[in-house]
Design a protein around this ligand. Structure first.
Ligand code: NAD
Length: 491
């Protein structure tokens, strides 16, 4: 069966969305988006730079000071509900674009999560309010607070899940009354750009949502450094996060929220239901070809069941169908780019050099029509220890390291032996131990007897070098709001 691909994937170069218009980059520069399953170019995309970012920020400022400010909470709620309906109606098309541009298999698309987030934040638009505060200041003074939108928000996102990543930024911005300039990843710009076209179907003032595609060092850096951007929501690597914090401090101290990397521990005790734990711990590493920030890549297994879990995970890894993202039987697609392939295969070489043993996988896949794409085998390593680089560094590929442990205190200490603190998992039937470990792991999220559940009502974020602040939930709204205190002399 051949899949009919969206017309969006053909034709002239994609432009930038600035002030409600699609425009080329001022420099005229473009870059090619590449299909990672085949290595073939798809369509070219405008490469915005500082001048285009300046235009987009100016458009966002005009919209913020102008008509968008007069939208009532109920009108903003309706905008989000309408966008949810449109995204739902286009979810098949958006899934195909994501499959071709980023390599997520068609059978594994989760567009529903983006729609749920839009509906969740629509509800918040009408529920943001200040408070009256009894106070003891001298005189007869009445004080109240007003949550006010921070203004122009910038969003810089990675490539690994572009639809939810875009919606997780846009939805709270619209709910709070901010305007936005979005900088998608150069590796996966097409889904956000098609979403931009869909947003144009809404009855929104021009400039509320702007999209500037381009490279990190040019477009991304210009957005982070722009003095008229009030907030940056960043999702991506620690290296870039550090540059963004510096740029914010060196320009206008814009507020920064950071969602960064992970090397999350997934801890399996001997009393766990291994029939559930083994496949779930495996998919927590191999899903999305391991290109998942919350991937549970350090799998700690209590020694009595170590061999059984190792063997089980290796069997799951070997059973996964790796292939072209458009093949409906594919479980695991390619890595996103040639650069990511080089990075991951570099770690596969390093693992061998460090003395790890590949129980399964460990190599690039290039037979059977996969030679031009960026495929690697799902890989499970034993004979690893905590201070190896492959155990400490985020690989962002389908690579599990499986480590034995002997007691609870030891595994808590080792689980926390990481610069990252994004997520973690605990598998046990012992209720007290489940809580003990869940509390002791220094991460933003912990799952017990499951892994990776996400819901828009539940905070999503990291501790330590994994980030500042949370995505989703009511908590993210505070990142888009200033709380103003108003004092009234009532005498
Ligand atoms: P990256 O940091 O290389 O790029 C992320 C974004 O930053 C891209 O849009 C890029 O163009 C831009 N950028 C690059 N250099 C920049 C600069 N100097 N100034 C401003 N912007 C710049 O990350 P990536 O490779 O796209 O994504 C993988 C990383 O993202 C991993 O570390 C992963 O864990 C992390 N991630 C985290 C979460 C989370 O929610 N915690 C979710 C997804 C991905």
């Amino acid at each position: 069966m051949t899949i009919e691909l969206p017309g969006f994937l053909r034709g002239a170069a994609k432009g930038l969305l600035i002030g409600g218009e699609w425009v080329p980059a001022r420099s005229g520069a473009t870059f090619e988006s590449i299909n990672p399953s085949t290595g073939a170019p798809i369509v070219s995309v405008a490469a915005g730079d500082k001048r285009d970012v300046g235009d987009a920020v100016a458009a966002a400022r005009r919209a913020f000071e102008g008509p968008w400010r007069r939208f009532t909470p109920a009108q903003r709620q309706n905008v989000l509900l309408q966008l949810a309906d449109l995204v739902e109606a286009h979810s098949h098309e958006l899934g195909l674009i994501n499959a071709v541009d980023m390599g997520v298999p068609v059978a594994r698309q989760r567009g529903g999560a983006a729609v749920e987030a839009l509906r969740y934040f629509a509800g918040w638009a009408t529920k943001l309010h200040g408070e009256t505060i009894p106070n003891s200041a001298r005189g007869n003074l009445f004080a109240y607070t007003r949550p006010e939108p921070v203004g122009v928000a910038g969003a810089i996102i990675p490539w690994n899940n572009p639809l939810p990543a875009t919606i997780w930024k846009i939805a709270p911005a619209l709910a709070t009354g901010c305007t936005m300039v979005l900088k998608p990843s150069e590796e996966a710009s097409l889904t956000p750009l098609r979403l931009g076209e869909i947003i144009q179907e809404l009855d929104l003032p021009p400039g509320v949502i702007n999209i500037v595609t381009g490279f990190g060092e040019t477009a991304g850096a210009a957005l982070a450094a722009h003095p008229d951007v009030d907030k940056i929501g960043f999702t991506g690597s620690i290296t870039t996060g550090r540059l963004i914090v510096k740029a914010a401090a060196d320009s206008n101290f814009k507020r920064v929220s950071l969602e960064m990397g992970g090397k999350s521990p997934d801890i399996i005790f001997a009393d766990a239901d291994l029939a559930s734990a083994i496949p779930a711990a495996s998919l927590a590493v191999f899903g999305n070809t391991g290109q998942v920030c919350i991937a549970g890549t350090r799998v700690f297994v209590e020694r009595p069941v170590y061999d059984e879990v190792l063997d089980g995970m290796a069997k799951v890894a070997a059973s996964l169908q790796v292939g072209n993202s458009l093949d409906p039987s594919t479980d695991i697609g390619p890595l996103v780019s040639a650069a990511q392939l080089e990075r991951v295969t570099g770690y596969l070489d390093l693992a061998v050099a460090e003395g790890a043993k590949a129980v399964t996988g460990g190599a690039r896949l290039s037979s059977g029509g996969l030679a031009d794409g960026y495929f690697v085998e799902p890989t499970v390593y034993s004979e690893v220890h905590d201070d190896m680089r492959v155990v400490q560094e985020e690989i962002f590929g389908p690579v599990a390291t499986v480590l034995p442990f002997d007691d609870v205190d030891e595994v808590i200490r080792r689980a926390n032996n990481s610069r990252f603190g994004l997520a973690g998992g605990v598998w046990t039937r012992h209720l007290g131990r489940a809580h003990q470990v869940a509390h002791a792991i220094n991460t933003g999220m912990v799952w017990v007897n499951t892994y990776g559940s996400v819901d828009p009502a539940v905070p999503f974020g990291g501790a330590k070098s994994s980030g500042w602040g949370n995505e989703l939930s009511g908590h993210i709204l505070q990142e888009y709001l200033n709380i103003k205190a108003v004092w009234i002399n009532t005498e």
